[in-house]
Design a protein around this ligand. Structure first.
Ligand SMILES: C[S@@+](CC[C@H](N)C(=O)[O-])C[C@H]1O[C@@H](n2cnc3c(N)ncnc32)[C@H](O)[C@@H]1O
Length: 289
């Protein structure tokens, strides 16, 4: 087995791979990230027994195995950090303001035949599933307030097959549950051992997972329209051009007056003026106008 740290990774090849990643995902790596790409891809080169990055670029771009290798590329180059109950102030805004408002609306419109009986939520860029399952737990805590005949559907999506397959299993370690109330862990998880917990089937059944690339409007259109989209800590990896594409796709996927949550360090400044920005303390929320 070769030592990949000795494999030559010229600037020219870095730019080719970097530009291909950008074209395929919207994720943009500047020159300072060359080492990060090298670190993330080196294991893949070793597994493939490749002796240089130029051959890897060729495999991605021109070979018959191109589409399989692109899936592997997405598994290798994405940053998948997440956890249950990540950014509690935002989740409080979801629970105390957005969810409450929706529950009030559906109580009033209960009699209207035209009002959709399914409230649809999308966790776009959900990684290993902690975000959509957190939302399912919060909703489940309000089950008694949901009028008969109404239901919540939650979709989680990502471009990495590895994280999606982990999300579908729903098994988590204690570290990712570090911000989760013990009572909620006892109520919504089965303990496998001291380290591993599996989400109970009532929560698991509320969420479906799909492989969706956020820069592809066609696959997003197939998902239909949503009342709430969470796209947190995803566009942080994009440049302004790909942010504009993704946000426009999310805009089209939202119903009128529906809500968009971004990560706490993300904003729509210079990206889109099509949303109304509402502030709850330090927590911004975007509403489709
Ligand atoms: C840092 S995680 C955020 C997870 C979760 N939303 C949270 O805030 O905890 C970012 C996720 O976005 C996904 N992602 C990156 N580019 C994407 C794209 N073009 N389409 C879909 N998902 C993408 C990555 O695979 C990764 O799992």
């Amino acid at each position: 087995m070769q030592n990949t740290s000795n494999i030559d990774f010229s600037d020219e090849t870095f730019y080719k791979i970097r530009d291909l990643i950008y074209q395929l995902t919207g994720i943009f790596y500047n020159e300072q990230k060359k080492y990060l790409i090298e670190t993330r891809l080196s294991k893949r080169l070793t597994d493939l027994n490749l002796t240089n990055y130029e051959d890897y670029f060729y495999l991605l771009k021109y070979s018959a195995k191109q589409s399989d290798e692109i899936k592997e590329l997405f598994n290798s180059i994405t940053t998948n950090e997440t956890s249950f109950f990540r950014d509690i102030p935002q989740l409080k805004v979801f629970e105390d303001n957005v969810l409450r408002e929706i529950l009030e609306k559906i109580k009033i419109k209960e009699q209207s035949a035209n009002y959709s009986k399914k409230i649809r939520i999308w966790s776009a860029g959900c990684s290993t599933g902690e975000e959509p399952f957190t939302l399912a737990i919060i909703i489940m805590e309000h089950l008694s307030e949901i009028p008969a005949g109404f239901s919540f559907e939650i979709i989680g999506s990502d471009i990495s097959e590895n994280v999606l397959s982990s999300a579908r299993k729903g098994i988590y370690n204690s570290y990712t549950l570090r911000n989760t109330d013990l009572k909620l862990i006892e109520k919504y998880f089965d303990k496998i051992d001291n380290e591993q917990f599996q989400v109970k089937s009532n929560i698991k059944n509320m969420v479906s997972f799909y492989n969706i690339n956020l820069i592809h409007s066609d696959s997003i259109k197939k998902l239909g329209n949503f009342d709430i989209i969470f796209c947190r800590n995803v566009i942080i990896y994009f440049n302004n051009d790909s942010k504009k594409v993704v946000i426009s796709n999310l805009y089209d996927a939202l119903k009128n007056s529906a809500y968009l949550f971004l990560g706490h360090s993300e904003s729509l400044h210079f990206i889109s003026s099509s949303f109304k920005l509402v502030g709850f303390g330090k927590t911004p929320l975007y509403i489709k106008e």
